[in-house]
Design a protein around this ligand. Structure first.
Ligand code: PAF
Length: 280
């Protein structure tokens, strides 16, 4: 695996590879890699050509400074996992490389409704920070294909919107969420959970499964409330459990029995914020 730390150097190398007919398959990450990430590398490898992974804990997308400081970093293990997954290129920039002019939000993206609900509502500015870094990464890494995990459902929609807004020539591939055998969605943040909290965390998956198994056409407000109560009783501090239209994240209280839906949840266990979703 070739490791680049400088934006100009990786950009130069990738542009030359493109000229020689190679396609660039890109997996952006914040490190603390787990099998969910390596499944994205595998998906990119199946498409052939060059798989590029980036590891950059992006300060601009943390609306909470403590969350940023506590974000897990396991760089040596990550490099090892990428070597095993036969990733071709790793981009590992410093903050000064990504934001030479400081990480103030130089640009704003018109994300509309998408940044007013769910994660957008509870983490103000988060999606602007995600757009800022992904836009910058895509300028450095001219990707033909971008691989994202469905676990960050709303982020996938935001990045699709970014690609549309900025007319980028990149196709987005959304890959399924990988789960532990317990059902817990794999996440870098799970590393911050104690063994006991990890068992408790499975309740998010169980609650979403409960919503999936019990939804019926008609009023769904009571079902959402039951789901919130289940998590609260299990010791979570719940930001939301919502049922939304899968295509645009319109929150619904009434289901016509036809529209494709997604159930989404975000809740804290201690100071660890966990999110998950399930197509219904
Ligand atoms: O999902 C993530 O790890 C991050 O939000 C991303 C897409 C790498 C941008 O920093």
């Amino acid at each position: 695996m070739i490791l680049f730390k400088k934006a100009a150097e990786i950009n130069d190398w990738l542009l030359k590879s493109k000229v020689s007919g190679q396609k660039i398959r890109f997996i952006p990450t914040m490190g603390a890699l787990h099998p969910g990430h390596t499944s994205l590398i595998e998906a990119s490898k199946q498409a052939g050509s060059i798989s590029v992974c980036s590891i950059f804990v992006n300060p601009a997308q943390f609306n909470d400074a403590t969350d940023f400081v506590n974000y897990p970093t396991t760089i040596e293990k990550d490099i090892d996992a990428l070597e095993k997954a036969v990733c071709d290129v790793l981009f590992l920039p410093a903050v000064s490389e990504m934001y030479p002019a400081g990480n103030g939000n130089e640009k704003t993206y018109n994300l509309g409704y998408l940044e007013t609900v769910l994660v957008g509502k509870y983490r103000p500015g988060h999606f602007q920070g995600v757009c800022l870094v992904v836009h910058r990464l895509l300028n450095i890494i001219p990707a033909d294909d971008l691989y994202l995990g469905q676990k960050d459902y709303q982020q996938c929609m935001v990045i699709k919107k970014l690609v549309e807004l900025e007319k980028l020539n990149t196709t987005i591939h959304i890959c399924p969420t990988l789960r532990e055998t317990s059902g817990l969605a794999m996440s870098s943040r799970n590393m911050r959970l104690t063994a006991e909290a990890r068992e408790q965390a499975v309740k998010i998956f169980e609650t979403l499964s409960y919503v999936k198994n019990n939804i019926k056409p008609g009023d769904v407000a009571a079902l959402k409330q039951t789901a919130i109560d289940k998590l609260t009783n299990a010791g979570f501090n719940v930001d939301y459990v919502e049922i939304a239209t899968a295509g645009n994240l319109d929150l619904i209280n009434h289901w016509d029995g036809n529209r494709k839906l997604v159930a989404v949840a975000a809740a804290f266990l201690g100071d660890v914020r966990l999110i998950d979703n399930m197509l219904l």
